[in-house]
Design a protein around this ligand. Structure first.
Ligand SMILES: O=C(O)c1ccccc1NCC(=O)[C@H](O)[C@H](O)COP(=O)(O)O
Length: 212
């Protein structure tokens, strides 16, 4: 079966349309002020309305407070919330109950020991995203265009679905899927021409490569 694809960090109508036309199942909007992909609530609401019914809208947050998350849910009505910070399993469970949406918990992976935390998160999240750990000194916890050793996921046995992320692009997504057998993939900087600037041709090429 073809993997599900999420294009993360969209910020314009043109690139959102390119993503929807190319057949991505999820679109990600970033709410993190330091990110070049950050959206205001107003802007995200406009884009979410455009995507509604064509792809699931994912709101990406990083260690956000309850009030900020309530505001995002109120303004944007995301289909899912992606937690990309240091949220504990208890916090994931509490937010799932509070927000009433499926929770995707992103975990940074660099070595086998990083997988030790997975069972506790898989017990409370609806989906796990495996992303590369940010490089030392990186300004962002994600969206860094860095891959990890996909072979670490080879023996994975999870009670919930997972998504592979980190350093993917049109040229390596096929190999990443072959190694990990991931049911879903996510990309941000691998389909950009500059930080925060998505490229419609790269988006289409990524989705084609993932689904072929
Ligand atoms: O993309 C961002 O700017 C971002 C900022 C803060 C936290 C997470 C962020 N992105 C998370 C994602 O879901 C990215 O798609 C994922 O890390 C993969 O990024 P990339 O390696 O650039 O494809």
């Amino acid at each position: 079966m073809a993997p599900l694809v999420k294009i993360c960090g969209l910020s314009t109508e043109a690139t959102l349309d390119a993503t929807l036309e190319a057949g991505a199942e999820r679109v990600g909007f970033v709410f993190f002020a330091r990110s070049p992909r950050h959206l205001t609530l107003e802007r995200a609401a406009v884009l979410a309305r455009r995507a509604r019914g064509r792809a699931a809208v994912v709101a990406l947050t990083v260690d956000a407070e309850d009030a900020a998350l309530d505001a995002i849910v109120g303004a944007v009505a995301p289909d899912m919330v992606q937690l990309h910070g240091r949220e504990t399993p208890e916090r994931v469970a509490a937010l799932r109950a509070r927000l009433g949406r499926p929770m995707v918990k992103a975990l940074g992976i660099a070595c086998a020991a990083d997988l030790d935390a997975v069972p506790a998160y898989a017990a409370v999240a609806d989906e796990i995203m495996f992303d590369a750990k940010p490089p030392k000194g990186a300004a962002l916890p994600g969206g860094n265009g860095v891959a990890f050793d996909w072979r670490l996921l080879a023996a994975l046995d999870l009670p919930v679905p997972f998504m592979l992320s980190g350093g993917l692009g049109p040229r390596n997504v096929g190999e990443a899927l072959r190694v990990t057998r991931a049911p879903a993939v996510d990309v941000s900087s691998g389909v950009e021409s500059a930080p925060g600037v998505k490229d419609p041709d790269l988006i289409a090429a990524f989705i084609r490569a993932a689904k072929s």
